[in-house]
Write a protein that binds this ligand. Structure first.
Ligand code: WTA
Length: 653
């Protein structure tokens, strides 16, 4: 084995118990929750629902489960915006800051709970004035401005379901999502700031709405100040119709199972699915997990770098944090604007105590170089989080040392748009961490492994991750496609929810996520996951980021094609290709050596940061590009393709 291969294995096997200092302040340090959940899962969830949520009318049945359809807290009535705002203000916390908002150009706002409540009520009244009624759908297409969470809360207040479309999506993507949801009103803006430039939201929205017969009105927020065309009778300015509304808007009592929102899954494959989340169960589980996994303390300043356009933003910027009366930081723009220190400058400015981000961001920070953190005071941080994909141990250790200063537990949180809330994650006051493992299912969550025939596996083992019992924040279906809901999640393994992820459980019971099972390659009869090979590549000091795919090969069935981003300062060379191949061979075995390695500046990713292996596969097979509309930067694939074709053959054996 090479030195680096040994080093990588050693990292995985290091353990990190919580420090005595952390434990002394932690909210949960024992296993009482697990004991209660194991004894009676329904009673456990009912306790959480009563403890964390204020109900207008109590529920009478905890869970009705008729696979694949669940109903939680049946008979209960509540309002989510009431739980996020009114009750905190009524309890005397109106002056607490809900959001410190940092605009990309450098402007800033601090919004208290009392102000947020007033602005949400005004917006809710304005929406009513635009004809929105309980049960309608409202589409939202905005950048990361404070009005974005306000829009979600205003919909929840009047009982309309929101469907947020990430502000970086194209007109076609927006149009398809609006039409699928049948939304009546679209909330958008003139533009959104991104790296100093303007994303022309209104222009894109106009193109989409031209083909959206259900849209009656478009509400337009002024943010970037660019010229926009307003269609008379359809488009209204926010500043004309919102600020003059009354701040009195009674929250609509909603049934626990009323639709709270649709969110179209970003998906690396296939037509987007309108994932449905309802009211009582969702709120209960996001509040519970946010409090537990982030060990929430009254003086925390919590910074989640996700966009509200993704489930992480819905659950852990808006609903979980506000239900728990958290003070959060939201940053509008790109982490490298005006320079690559911005994330650290924001943490220092607001004295953030918790940072929740994604491995793709962590690897970018690593690639940019440690000098961007140096000189920033990050001593306020006490807890770090990760979500979105497996975090490789090297990135974990970098995060631990450089960002956390060796004192902050890292909670690696596994979950999905479909699960609504975190399912597998450490409890930081008591879990001994292993770098790269999301550790254990949370109390109340049933998770396990099955083989391809659906047989439950003991530990240690490697197989398909399944969820074995219903959970309150589970998706309630795919909008308009009940059969697809059953087929996608419940048909593969009878009686269990199939997450689509491969997973390994080690002898100590730790869960190690291996990526999507459609990312498993079959090389000369061996199953090798793309994550394993990528992990090996990133374990080499020259490599910043890597993506691998299986392409068809006449001899081995599939051959591994690797796409590698080098760390800054490292020069690509043929000898480096050979070195990396040997490195993977030494780490995993000769069978896993990539047949080709292409050095690239960038990788095709969805806008939420997941590598679109399907596109790389097309490149490596020289096939058509397929649908690139969800791609963050469509130019990336073309440039990789040109380089791949130019190089094809030269690094093949
Ligand atoms: C992946 C994001 C490993 C996984 C909240 C899952 C992860 C998909 C992790 C859902 C993690 C998310 N470790 N893999 N900590 N978190 N994933 O719907 O493949 O955007 O199925 O939800 O991301 O992505 P989604």
């Amino acid at each position: 084995m090479s030195d680096e291969a040994v080093e990588s294995l050693l990292l995985e096997n290091r353990t990190f118990p919580p420090s005595a200092e952390f434990v002394a302040r932690a909210t949960v340090t024992d296993d009482a929750l697990d004991v209660a959940a194991a004894a009676d899962p329904e009673a456990f969830w009912a306790d959480r629902a009563r403890e964390l949520v204020d109900w207008f009318e109590p529920f009478d049945t905890v869970c009705e489960w008729d696979l694949p359809n669940a109903r939680w807290f049946v008979g209960g009535k509540l309002n989510v915006s009431y739980n996020c705002l009114d009750r905190h203000v009524a309890a005397g916390h109106g002056d607490q800051v809900a959001y410190y908002w940092e605009g990309e150009p450098g402007d800033a706002r601090a919004i208290t709970y009392a102000q947020l409540l007033d602005e949400v009520a005004q917006l809710a009244n304005a929406l009513k004035g635009l004809g929105v009624q309980k049960g309608d759908r409202v589409n939202i297409y905005l950048g990361m401005v404070p009005e974005l969470p306000m829009a979600l809360l205003a919909c929840a207040r009047i009982g309309a379901a929101h469907s947020v479309v990430f502000g970086g999506f194209s007109a076609d993507s927006l149009r398809d999502r609006i039409n699928d949801a049948g939304a009546k009103v679209l909330i958008t803006g003139d533009g959104a700031w991104r790296r100093g430039g303007v994303v022309p939201l209104k222009e894109i929205a106009d193109e989409a709405v031209a083909e959206c017969p259900s849209i009656e009105q478009v509400l337009v927020l002024r943010r970037t100040g660019n010229e926009v065309a307003m269609t008379a009778g359809r488009d209204v300015w926010w500043h004309d119709v919102v600020p003059n509304q009354s701040t009195d808007c009674p929250p609509e009592p909603m049934d626990a199972e009323d639709l709270l929102f649709l969110l179209y899954s970003s998906g690396t494959t296939g037509k987007p699915k309108g994932i449905m989340h309802t009211t009582g169960g969702y709120l209960t589980q996001v509040a519970y997990t946010h409090r537990l996994v982030f060990d929430l303390q009254p003086d925390d300043v919590y910074f989640c770098t996700a966009d509200v356009g993704w489930i992480t933003g819905h659950s852990y910027i808006v609903y979980g944090p506000l239900a728990n009366r958290t003070t959060s930081v939201i940053y509008e723009g790109a982490p490298d604007f005006p320079d690559k220190t911005r994330t650290w400058a924001v943490i220092e400015k607001y004295r953030a105590t918790i940072l929740y981000t994604a491995p793709t961001a962590i690897r970018s920070y690593m690639k940019w170089g440690d000098e961007h953190l140096e000189g920033h005071d990050l001593s306020s941080l006490r807890l770090l989080g990760s979500v979105g994909e497996p975090i490789n141990p090297e990135a974990w250790i970098w995060y631990w040392e450089k960002v956390g200063g060796g004192r902050c537990p890292i909670v690696d949180t596994w979950w999905q748009t479909e699960t609504g809330a975190i399912m597998i994650a450490p409890i930081p006051g008591r879990t001994v961490l292993k770098p790269g493992s999301a550790t254990f299912p949370l109390p109340g969550v049933g998770a396990g492994l099955v083989d391809n025939a659906g047989v439950t596996l003991g530990v240690p083992a490697s197989g398909n991750l399944v969820l074995t019992q219903p959970w309150p924040s589970m998706l309630r279906g795919i909008w308009g496609e009940p059969q697809r809901y059953f087929d996608t999640y419940w048909s593969r393994f009878a009686g269990r929810y199939f997450a689509g992820d491969g997973c390994k459980v080690d002898a100590d019971g730790y869960f190690w996520l291996l990526g999507r099972v459609d990312d498993i390659m079959l090389i000369a009869g061996h199953n090798i996951s793309t994550a394993e090979v990528e992990h090996a590549l990133v374990g080499h000091p020259a490599v910043a980021e890597a993506a691998v795919v299986g392409r068809s090969d006449p001899t081995s069935g599939q051959a591994i094609a690797a796409f590698v981003i080098l760390r800054s300062g490292v020069e690509p060379s043929d000898s480096l290709v050979a070195e990396l191949r040997d490195h993977v061979g030494a780490t995993i075995g000769p069978i896993a050596k990539p047949k080709s390695i292409l050095f690239t500046e960038d990788l095709p990713k969805t806008r939420s940061g997941k590598i679109m292996r399907r596109l790389l596969k097309d490149v490596s097979e020289d096939g058509s590009l397929g649908d690139t509309t969800t791609l963050a930067d469509p130019g990336v694939v073309e440039s990789i393709k040109a380089r791949y074709l130019a190089q094809a053959g030269s690094d093949d054996e």
